[in-house]
Design a protein around this ligand. Sequence first.
Ligand code: ATP
Ligand code: MG
Length: 350
Amino acid sequence: KELVFSGVQPTGNLHLGNYLGAIRKFVALQEGNDCIYCVVDLHSLTAQLVHDDLPGQIRSIAAAFIASGIDPKKHIVFNQSAVPQHAELAWIFNCVARIGWMNRMTQFKDKAGKDRENASLGLLAYPSLMAADILVYRGTHVPVGDDQKQHLELARDIAMKFNLDYQEHIRRAGRGIDITVGDEPVHAYFPMVEPLIEGPAPRVMSLRDGTKKMSKSDPSDLSRINLLDDEEAISKKIRKAKTDPDGLPSEVEGLKGRPEADNLVGIYAALADKTKTEVLAEFGGQQFSVFKPALVDLAVQVLSPITGEMRRLMDDTSHIDAILRNGGERARARAEATMKDVRDIIGFLY
Ligand code: ATP
Ligand code: MG
């Protein structure tokens, strides 16, 4: 059994990119794996400190997990702040990671914008907390969108530096595993995480600009399809989605240099569980006036059951709150087992 871990921030409207890039994969990975899915509320303070309705946002992410088909009895669904061991390990990782590593992260550069001196220290340290989220369960498999690939590479760097720097201590504590890195044998404590990114729409782009990713924090609501949008909203947003004047090509090569067309075909393929080649075999040569209504129908067909169930779950918060409480208890027990080892390895008295 592999240990799968992933998280979603409670920062606004969940969208199609979150669903196709992350949540749908969470659902598929349940079979045969041990999965931990987290609402990463500590991360949500990095870009914006004060949230109007943080409890409501946390519940809505948990509701999306459950409505999409995650089974909280077989797997763990919880919110990050309920397990303080994440923050404890993140502090240690802050001391393992180098400032230069963090400065290179494109998400930090994008979110900090021009005024970097005024970005929160948390925004810079974000990848270190993300590494702790995964490694506090010694997780190995991480389903995420393509935008998180760089952060996962950093998580590997952090794990490797910890393993190498503490190699002798890990041996003494007797809780390590032998792995080879390149040709070097290393007595390791933390495993190497592997991103699970594949699929036809690894990065869903904004409907207004095919070069920007679809994002919860984009100020334009027309840029994204929210999981809580009704049929009318979905139809309006897809009709207004930016395209070029040409029709659809019949080969995937014909999408090169046409980011908006490529994005819509990728979304269709992901929703239909097809390849882009199969989608173009069906729609090649057609105009967007034909393709867009087909995409609306498909999006409504896939999303409306999830939307309905999310609304139902959010009507009465007691069910979601019980799931989060139970998940938090189970997660805490597992995270504490890791932290006992880590404190031993480092040499803290407790
Ligand atoms: P924010 O703008 O607040 O960062 P977000 O839309 O990026 O919000 P996150 O909570 O940061 O959402 O990410 C949750 C998961 O969704 C991650 O696995 C991330 O890779 C994935 N994801 C986010 N945006 C996209 C996208 N446009 N396409 C595919 N996957 C995405
Ligand atoms: Mg994000």
